[in-house]
Design a protein around this ligand. Structure first.
Ligand SMILES: [Zn+2]
Length: 670
C-alpha cells in the first residue's frame, strides 16, 4: 500500500485533544475524543540546537486519503440513526438533568472508548482497515453526541441553569460544545463541511513544493522538512528567499477551500447559538472572543519588552551571519529560521546534551521519567501502561507503520492509559518522556469517582499541554540532570544565559507568543467574525505579522495567487484553537515559578523537583480537579494569581538584562 509519509514538521509531542467532529478527524489522526488524547503539538523545530532538548523533527503519517475513502463508504452504508431517546419527564430541572446526564454517559462512554481503541489501532498500525474502522466508530459516536434530541434537551436544560448545580452545568456545557461540532440538526451542513474538509486536506497533502535552482539546474521538489532545514542552515539571502517563497506556494491552492470552510464552520456553530466558529472554540474556556483576545493581548504586552530585545539582537546576529547590514525595523520573513518566524532555532551555539545517554538502554528513558513522578509521591504506572503502550521505533523486520509523533492516551477515561513514542536514548526523548508522562499522570489524577466522566479533562484545553511542558522544563534543569548522572562537565560549566537565550528563542516560549497569541489568534478571530475581506486575506495576515512579530514579507503578496495564512496547517485543519499553545506556555511558567519560589525555595532557572513530596502534593491537588472547576479560579487558588505572563518574564530576567547590555547603542523595536 502506498503510505505517504508527510514530513511536515508538526510538533513533537502531544497537544490538546480536539473536541471535534469526525470530519475534523478526517484531517488528522485520532482527534475525535471528548476527554482523552493528546496527539500532536505545534512546536516546529528543525535542527534544534542541542542546548534545549525536547523537540524533534517528526513525521506525520498521513492517512487522510484513507479516511476520506473510508468515510465515503461508511456514509453510503450507514444505517438509520440509532434512536437515542432522552425523553423529558415532568420532574424538577436538577432531577431531569441528572437523568439526562446518566443516559448520555451510558450511551456516550462505551462509544468513546471504542473510538479511542480504534484510533489507537489506527495510529500504531496504520492500515486502510484500521482507518476505516476508526471512521465507522467515529461516525457512530458523532451521530449520538450530535443527535437532534441531545441538542434540544441540552439547550432546554441550560435555559434553567440557575436551578442546576455547578457540576451539572459544566457537564451540560461540554455536551453542548461537542454537539456543536457535528449538529444533527443541520445534516446538510455537516455533510458539506465533511466534504470541504476532506478536500482541503487532500489539496494540502497532495501539494508538491518546487524549489528553483540558482545555477540553471532543474528545480527540485523538497519536503516541508527539507525547506525548514534549509531555512536553518542556508546563509545566502537570495537562496533563502527562494526557499521561503517555495514554502509559501502551498497557500494559493488552499484559498478558496478555506473561505468555504469558514462559512460552513460558522453555520454549524451558529446552529448552537454561537456568534461564529471562533466563539464556539473559545467557549470551552468559559470566555467570549473579546475576553480571549484581551487575555492574549495582555500576555503579548507583558512579554513585549523582552521580545523586542530578542528581535533587536536577532536582527544583528542574522545580519552578521548573512554578511549584510541589519534591517532598520522589521525583519524580512526569509531571514528567519522558520517559515512563519514562530520559533528562531539555531541562533545559539549548542552544548551536547546527548552524551550522557549514549550507553543507556532505551528502557531507561521512560523508567527514569516514571521515577521522577514516583519520587514526588505519584503512584507507579499501572502494569497495563507498559503492556499496552507503544514506546519504541518498529524493529526492522516488521513492516508495521506507526505514527512517530509522541502522544498520550486515556482510552477508557478510567485506568487504561497508554503512550505512543519512538524512543531512542537521547536528551530529546528524555524530555519528551517526562512530558508525555505528565499527560498520563494528569489522566490518572482526575480519574476518581468525584470527577464525572464528562469532566475528566484538563481544567481547560491548554492545561494538559502546560503540565506536560512544565515537567519537560523541570526535566531540563541542570541540578536534576546532575543528581541523576546526566550532566556532563561541559554542560555544567556552560553559560546559564546561553541556556536562557535558547529557551526564549525556541519552543513554547517568548518568541512563540506573538505568533501564537497574536498573529494566529487575532487572524482567526477576525476571519471567522467576517472582519477580513475575502479579497484581503494576505493584507490582513501581514498587518498582524508586522504588528505582533515585527516581521515583513520580502515582496508583494498578491491576493489572487497566494494565501499566506493557509500555509499554516492549523488554519485549515485545526482551526480557531491556536491560543491553546500560547496559554499552555503561560501555565507552564506560572506553575514552575510558583513551585520554585514558594515550595522548593530555589532559583527557577536552576532547580530540582526530584524527590520533593511537597511539589508532588501540590501537583496532585492541582491535577486531580480535572475540569470540575473554573480554570482561572483554580490558578488563583493554587498560585495566588490568575493567568499571567509575569512569571515567564521573571524567569528570563537575567536574559533581559544581558540583552539590554548587548543591544546598548543599537535600535530596538520596529
Ligand atoms: Zn503534550
Amino acid at each position: 500500500m502506498d503510505f505517504r509519509v508527510q514530513l511536515e514538521q508538526l510538533p513533537d509531542q502531544a497537544h490538546s485533544r480536539r473536541v471535534s467532529s469526525l470530519y475534523n478527524g478526517l484531517e488528522l489522526i485520532p482527534v475525535l475524543q471528548l476527554p482523552g488524547v493528546f496527539p500532536m503539538d505545534d512546536r516546529t523545530m528543525p535542527a534544534s540546537p542541542k542546548v534545549s532538548p525536547g523537540t524533534s523533527a517528526s513525521q506525520r503519517v498521513d492517512r487522510r486519503r484513507f479516511l476520506q475513502a473510508a468515510v465515503t463508504g461508511v456514509v453510503a452504508a450507514a444505517p438509520g440513526l440509532a434512536a437515542n431517546s432522552f425523553a423529558f419527564t415532568t420532574e424538577m430541572p436538577q432531577a431531569q438533568a441528572d437523568q439526562f446526564l446518566k443516559r448520555y454517559v451510558e450511551t456516550w462512554l462505551p462509544l468513546e472508548k471504542s473510538v479511542n481503541e480504534a484510533a489507537w489501532n489506527a495510529i500504531t498500525d496504520v492500515s486502510l482497515e484500521h482507518t476505516r474502522d476508526q471512521v465507522a466508530r467515529s461516525l457512530e459516536l458523532n451521530r449520538v453526541v450530535g443527535a437532534p434530541e441531545v441538542i434540544t434537551q441540552v439547550q432546554l436544560l441550560l435555559k434553567q441553569r440557575e436551578q442546576l448545580d455547578d457540576l451539572t452545568v459544566r457537564q451540560l456545557e461540554k455536551i453542548r460544545l461537542r454537539a456543536a461540532e457535528s449538529p444533527g440538526t443541520l445534516p446538510e451542513v455537516v455533510k458539506a463541511r465533511a466534504e470541504a474538509e476532506a478536500q482541503q486536506s487532500a489539496t494540502q497533502d497532495s501539494f508538491t513544493y518546487t524549489l528553483e535552482s540558482s545555477s540553471g539546474q532543474p528545480p527540485t521538489h523538497p519536503s516541508a522538512n527539507d525547506l525548514d532545514a534549509l531555512l536553518v542552515s542556508q546563509t545566502d539571502l537570495a537562496g533563502r528567499r527562494r526557499v521561503w517563497e517555495s514554502a509559501k506556494a502551498i497557500g494559493g491552492p488552499l484559498r478558496d477551500g478555506l473561505l468555504r470552510l469558514r462559512d460552513l464552520r460558522n453555520q454549524a456553530a451558529r446552529a448552537l447559538g454561537f456568534s461564529d466558529f471562533f466563539a464556539l472554540q473559545v467557549a470551552d474556556y468559559g470566555l467570549t472572543t473579546e475576553q480571549m483576545l484581551t487575555l492574549c493581548d495582555s500576555a503579548i504586552a507583558q512579554t513585549k519588552p523582552l521580545y523586542e530585545q530578542l528581535h533587536a539582537w536577532a536582527r544583528r546576529t542574522l545580519a552578521a551571519r548573512y554578511q549584510t547590514e541589519p534591517p532598520a525595523g522589521k525583519i524580512p520573513a526569509h531571514w528567519l529560521p522558520n517559515r512563519w518566524g514562530q520559533n528562531w532555532p539555531g541562533l545559539v551555539q549548542g552544548v551536547d546534551m546527548d552524551a550522557p545517554f549514549k550507553d543507556k538502554p532505551r528502557a531507561y528513558i521512560t523508567e527514569q521519567a516514571e521515577r521522577f513522578y514516583v519520587s514526588l509521591g505519584f503512584p507507579p504506572l499501572p502494569k497495563s501502561f507498559y503492556e499496552r503502550s507503544d514506546l519504541y521505533p518498529v524493529d526492522p523486520p516488521s513492516t508495521r507503520k506507526k505514527n512517530s509523533h509522541a502522544s498520550a492516551w486515556h482510552i477508557d477515561l478510567k485506568d487504561d492509559v497508554r503512550s505512543l513514542m519512538s524512543i531512542v536514548p537521547d536528551s530529546r526523548w528524555f524530555t519528551t518522556a517526562h512530558h508525555e508522562l505528565g499527560h498520563i499522570y494528569y489522566y490518572i489524577s482526575y480519574s476518581r469517582p468525584e470527577v464525572p466522566y464528562l469532566l475528566r479533562a484538563g481544567a481547560n484545553r491548554a492545561f494538559h499541554e502546560g503540565i506536560g511542558d512544565l515537567v519537560g522544563l523541570a526535566a531540563g534543569q541542570r541540578p536534576y540532570l546532575k543528581q541523576v548522572g546526566l550532566l556532563t562537565p561541559e554542560a555544567e560549566a556552560a553559560d546559564p544565559v546561553k541556556f536562557l537565550l535558547d529557551t526564549a528563542l525556541d519552543g513554547a516560549s517568548i518568541v512563540f507568543l506573538p505568533f501564537a497569541a497574536g498573529t494566529m489568534t487575532r487572524f482567526e478571530a477576525d476571519f471567522y467574525a467576517g472582519k477580513i475581506e475575502d479579497n484581503a486575506l494576505n493584507a490582513g495576515w501581514w498587518k498582524l505579522v508586522g504588528a505582533y512579530q515585527g516581521i515583513e514579507p520580502p515582496g508583494d503578496r498578491p491576493e489572487r495567487t497566494l494565501c499566506d495564512a493557509a500555509t499554516k496547517t492549523h488554519i485549515n485543519d485545526d482551526p480557531a484553537q491556536y491560543y491553546d499553545y500560547a496559554l499552555g506556555t503561560l501555565v507552564k511558567f506560572q506553575l514552575h515559578d510558583h513551585i520554585c519560589r514558594n515550595i522548593l525555595k530555589q532559583d527557577p532557572r536552576s532547580c530540582n523537583y526530584f524527590g520533593n513530596a511537597q511539589v508532588g502534593q501540590f501537583l496532585r491537588e492541582f491535577l486531580s480537579v480535572g475540569a470540575t472547576q473554573d480554570w482561572n479560579a483554580l490558578l488563583r487558588q493554587t498560585t495566588g494569581s490568575g493567568l499571567s505572563a509575569q512569571p515567564m518574564m521573571a524567569y528570563f530576567e537575567p536574559l533581559t538584562a544581558w540583552l539590554r547590555d548587548q543591544n546598548a547603542g543599537h535600535p530596538v523595536g520596529w
